[in-house]
Design a protein around this ligand. Structure first.
Ligand SMILES: [Cu+2]
Length: 156
């Protein structure tokens, strides 16, 4: 009994010592391997999320720019920057749902939207529109469309 315990302790010591000298030997090669992995994984999400990025800056009472173009069936990301002092949104209406005054607007006309962003804040979202066409973009916050917050999203 006693002699086998001693043997076990001795074996464990050899394993620990062996592990120590092993990791010391690998120490020089480990840093070379590590940087390659983050680079490889960083590339993958970028190509997945959106090939095209557009930007819309909101002010009282317009967007800059007020016309954007994206590709049908391909994801795009929209960076919506509210440079104004009150909340604004960026709402794309369904094809052929163009309105001429805010009173015509109904929630059922909405294809997609970057919902209300407070003044001096921004948000980036990604969308995909499959059907080519010319889509009307409006700010749905009361009074804003009538004051001129509208634009055009061309999907081609
Ligand atoms: Cu607005």
């Amino acid at each position: 009994m006693r002699s086998s315990k001693v043997l076990l302790v001795t074996l464990a010591t050899v394993v620990v010592l062996g592990a120590c000298s092993d990791s010391d030997g690998d120490a020089t090669s480990t840093p070379e391997v590590t940087p390659a992995t983050p680079e490889a994984t960083a590339d993958a999400p970028t190509s997945e999320t959106a090939a095209v990025s557009i930007e819309a800056e909101a002010h009282e009472w317009d967007y800059t720019p007020d016309a954007w173009t994206v590709t049908a069936g391909e994801a795009f990301s929209i960076e919506f920057i509210n440079d104004g002092g009150v909340e604004h949104d960026w709402t794309v209406l369904k094809l052929d749902e163009d309105i001429e005054k805010a009173a015509e607007f109904e929630e059922s006309m909405v294809l997609l939207e970057v919902e209300e962003v407070p003044g001096q804040e921004s948000r980036t979202e990604a969308f995909t529109i499959d059907e080519p066409g010319t889509y009307q973009v409006i700010c749905t916050i009361s009074g804003h469309f009538n004051s001129g917050m509208a634009g055009t999203l061309t999907v081609e």
